[in-house]
Write a protein that binds this ligand. Structure first.
Ligand code: CU
Length: 644
């Protein structure tokens, strides 16, 4: 065990204060002991995932959730035998152990051990070494291997194998950026159980691009600019939020902060205090899947990452540094995940909580009474950053004084590269001489378990439309808002439509505002294209969720992942398309909103060698949740600002 694991183990015994608190180091160790005693951990069995099995909602809300349970995906590295196990810490026994049978069930996520062994296997393979030697790369010690999840391409493919496809990059110097030097046209297909290269695909040769991408090298970046003067953010009286354990309160907001090795940050029981009551808004919010399908139909047609379901974004979370990653009065939370052997690993400072000034909240200079008033907006920020291979993703949740919730993903890091054939290439951009970056999409799926003023909710699609000239609209200027109730799951797989300003409003079917209308929250999408792959493409079956911007399902505690539980090499059809097959009623029910968002990325020269952050996301805005602007009680930022 590492020092961190020992320290984490020593912290065992501390019982979580709340049923939704993340699993502790002590709990992981206790669960591991129970599984070992049940014979589930015989060598060489490893953990492909290990996390809290949250109690069902009714147990939490009814204060009946007394047991703590953990879920583990276990894989025997020699046989591939895969098990989805659930252990009860209260009963001290394994209460579920289901076999996962590939290819129909998919494969368990890639493990840390897989990453390490693939590099050795490929470097030792004579066929791969020969392919490198043919390209003038006789010294394979300078070659970095990049294992990529294989996808699923039907019975004729290699789908029975647990496998990865491996691309190569040259890193001649210690600080060189290997992504700048792809060795294109050759891929090693590795069987992770047989632990061998079973196929070398060697299709074409293009020169390895030579220009350095080492953005930390003064010869590449030039001297640092000397014109930036310091910005310091200080809150002399401390921040306005409080953290008691995982319970976060700020102004009228309260929520519980969670973290999972697969999903990363999870937020629970988000509520707003108004009129002297605690009003629930979202029971659970997270981004439980993202897929990055590449759009190059040639050699790398299989390149598609499900970063969350295949690689587990949470376990790759960064430790954040004050003054570098975060400025000002920051409070951090550590995250506890586990290594492949199920031993706890603490990621210090994984979650960042802070408060930001966000410009003007509201402002008015009245031409009649002379009053000139302005108020400053603030937001509470809860975030984490993760590195998955070449890309880095920041997951940010913002809570504003006026009741708005925003989810923002910051995409940065290094684009995935290939050799560029020169000239115009429809599927790849030339970003440095001879260096290409294939077009791709980043499609995230947010799961929003809504509880707008309670469990009884419904969803309306709201469009704006102009009306034609007619007897009631003689000058043709009429605009109407059309709300269509989405009452069944079959009806609720929807696409955004910017030309109609389309939004989706979640309303309570039990509570109304002072106008007698249902209280609600509106999901405002960004309306980027959904999955662009052909509907008959293998990736369209595997990423079925990404064909629609919106899905609404009836709450089912087993339905957590938009592309299904076992995404790696899954043939498709799991997740949202399967969840809605029963066409359940949504009207006045306990419902979950699922929202697909994210950009098409045709890389620019400016994205190289490291990308400035690009953002995507969505907002949830109160819509008749309050009876009027809920921020009239926000004081002016200083007495100087109160005019007349
Ligand atoms: Cu991208």
């Amino acid at each position: 065990m590492t020092d961190t694991a020992v320290r984490a183990g020593a912290a065992a015994g501390a019982l979580p204060a709340h049923p939704l608190d993340p699993a502790t180091a002590g709990e992981y160790l206790a669960g591991r002991q129970i599984m070992a005693a049940a014979g589930l951990l015989a060598e060489p069995v490893r953990f492909a995932y290990y996390g809290l099995e949250e109690p069902p909602k009714d147990e939490v809300l009814g204060a009946k959730a007394t047991d703590r349970r953990l879920r583990a995906f276990l894989i025997n590295l020699d046989t591939g035998e895969s098990t989805d196990a659930v252990v009860s810490l209260g009963q001290r026994r394994v209460i579920g152990a289901r076999r996962v049978d590939p290819p129909a069930d998919g494969q368990l996520p890639i493990t840390d051990t897989d990453f390490a062994t693939v590099d050795e296997i490929v470097h030792a393979d004579p066929g791969w070494r020969a392919a490198m030697a043919r390209r003038g790369l006789a010294d394979v010690s300078v070659i970095r291997t990049c294992p990529i999840t294989a996808g699923a391409f039907g019975p004729a493919g290699d789908d029975r194998r647990r496998m990865v496809r491996v691309l190569a990059f040259v890193q001649a110097r210690e600080h060189d950026l290997a992504w700048a030097h792809p060795v294109d046209g050759v891929a090693a297909y590795v069987d992770l159980i047989e632990k061998k290269v079973f196929k070398i695909v060697d299709e074409f040769e293009l020169p390895v691009p030579a220009e350095s991408g080492d953005y930390d090298d003064p010869a590449v970046r030039g001297p640092y600019r000397g014109t930036l003067r310091p910005i310091e953010i200080t809150q002399p009286e401390g921040p306005s939020f409080t953290l008691e354990g995982n319970l976060l309160r700020w102004q009228d907001w309260s929520m519980r902060v969670g973290f999972d090795a697969r999903e990363g940050l999870t937020l629970h029981q988000i509520s707003l205090r108004s009129g002297g009551r605690e009003r629930p808004v979202i029971y659970r919010a997270s981004v439980p899947e993202m897929v990055v399908p590449y759009g190059d139909p040639r050699f790398r047609y299989w390149q598609t990452y499900f970063d969350t379901g295949e690689y587990l974004v949470g376990k790759w979370a960064n430790s954040l540094e004050l003054g570098c990653d975060c400025l000002g009065e920051i409070r951090y939370l550590d995250a506890t995940v586990t290594d492949d052997s199920g031993h706890p690993r603490v990621i210090p400072n994984a979650i960042c909580v802070h408060e930001e000034d966000f410009g003007i909240l509201w402002k008015h200079t009245d031409i009649f009474n002379g009053s000139a008033q302005s108020r400053r907006q603030r937001r509470l920020v809860v975030s984490f950053f993760t590195t998955v291979g070449n890309y880095d993703y920041g997951f940010y949740w913002y809570f504003y004084l006026d009741g708005t919730i925003e989810c923002e993903i910051k995409m940065t890091g290094v684009v995935f590269t290939a050799a560029h054939p020169g000239g115009d290439d429809p599927h790849s951009a030339e970003i440095a001489p001879g260096l290409g970056a294939p077009v791709h999409q980043h499609l995230f799926s947010a799961r929003l378990d809504m509880t707008v003023d309670g469990l009884a909710n419904a969803v309306e699609e709201v469009d704006f439309t102009g009306l034609p000239i007619g007897p009631d609209n003689p000058y043709g200027n009429a605009i109407v808002q059309r709300a269509t109730r989405l009452t069944r799951e079959s009806q609720a797989a929807r696409r955004a439509d910017a030309s109609r300003g389309r939004t989706w409003r979640v309303i309570s079917t039990e509570h109304t505002n002072r106008f007698g209308r249902p209280v609600g929250f509106t999901l405002c999408p960004e309306a980027a294209p959904p999955l662009l792959a052909d509907p008959a493409a293998p990736v369209s079956a595997r990423a079925g969720f990404a064909a629609s911007h919106l899905w609404v399902t009836r709450y089912d505690p087993a339905q957590r992942y938009p592309a299904g539980d076992f995404v790696n090499q899954h043939p498709g059809g799991a997740g949202l398309p399967a969840f809605v097959a029963g066409d359940r009623n949504l009207d006045g029910a306990d419902i979950v909103l699922w929202h697909t968002f994210g950009p098409v990325h045709f890389p620019r020269p400016e994205d190289w060698p490291v990308m400035p952050v690009t953002r995507c996301g969505f907002t949830l805005r109160p819509a008749g949740f309050f009876d009027r602007n809920p921020t009239l009680d926000v004081p002016p930022p200083s007495p100087r600002c109160r005019h007349a």
